[in-house]
Write a protein that binds this ligand. Structure first.
Ligand code: NAD
Length: 249
């Protein structure tokens, strides 16, 4: 058990085939109390219940700062501490540069980047008081290679912003023993791609992946487990690629 009695919040963790839910499951299997955060309270509660009785589900839109603070307050009220935060909530949009409208830009940047800032701001005071904590931020290979397969340029920009934010927070809060690291997944089989991934596209994409397959949510969940646990106590400000070799740099 790597996380016995640790309290870890995971945003965007109600999507049934998503990275967040797989992460919540992996953390719970290692003894953590997991706080499942998602847009709809009922979905978050149901996902927490799936994990067992030691867990909590909370409705929270990560773009709403006061909602993030309330989620942290509810977590502290129930468990008294917060050891980890996985900033996983994210949305994408498969459009090209000239098609990006102001509302699209705001939506993508708000959830992926602003949400990461707001949730981090909400948990950091408790982590500072404990002088310990680990924050994991979900970026994307799209930030590194300039466009993913399903993410438009605004998604790449927001996810690149996540990398910069995470590194800056790592530097700022290292003295408080709060570690901040990022993960850059390649193409992971979840519902984020909607029905846009056709069998032909899939075959073509796999040709460019040395390990010969798309990623599973569990592949990213295990990377989160590593970064949030004491296995990685001397790591902060890093970017961990989980992409099957899709991008080697
Ligand atoms: P998903 O769509 O299955 O899950 C995303 C979850 O975030 C959903 O449960 C959704 O309800 C929640 N969410 C959306 N907006 C929210 C908000 N404002 N507040 C709270 N919750 C919100 O997607 P996924 O593929 O599991 O993606 C998880 C993360 O991994 C995202 O940040 C995504 O950008 C990133 N990522 C995914 C892939 C991939 O190929 N699947 C690749 C690279 C990065």
């Amino acid at each position: 058990m790597l996380l016995e009695n640790k309290v870890i919040m995971v945003t965007g963790a109600a999507s049934p085939r998503g990275i967040g839910k797989a992460t919540a499951k992996a953390l719970a299997a290692h003894g953590a109390h997991v706080v499942v955060i998602d847009l709809r309270k009922e979905d978050a509660e149901a996902a927490a219940e799936d994990l067992g009785r030691a867990h909590l589900g909370l409705g929270c839109n990560v773009t709403d700062k006061s909602a993030c603070v309330s989620a942290v307050d509810a977590t502290l009220e129930r468990y008294g501490r917060i050891d980890g935060l996985i900033n996983n909530a994210g949305i994408t949009q498969p459009v090209r540069t000239l098609e990006i409208g102001g509302k699209d830009f705001d939506a993508i940047v708000d959830v992926n980047l602003r949400g990461t800032l707001y949730m981090s701001q909400a948990v950091i005071p408790a982590m500072k008081a404990q002088t310990s904590g680990s924050i994991v931020c979900m970026s994307s290979v799209s930030a590194q290679r300039g466009g993913g397969i399903f993410g438009g340029p605004h998604y790449s920009a927001a996810k690149a912003g996540v990398l910069g934010l995470a590194k800056a927070m790592a530097r700022e809060f290292g003295p408080d023993h709060i570690r901040v690291n990022s993960i850059t997944p390649g193409l992971i089989q979840t519902d984020i791609t909607g029905d846009k991934l056709t069998p032909d596209m899939r075959t073509e994409i796999i040709k460019g992946i040395p390990l010969g397959r798309l990623g599973d949510a569990a592949d990213v969940a295990n990377a989160c487990l590593f970064l949030v646990s004491d296995l990685s106590t001397y790591l902060t400000g890093i970017t961990l690629d989980v992409n099957g070799g899709m991008l080697i740099h």
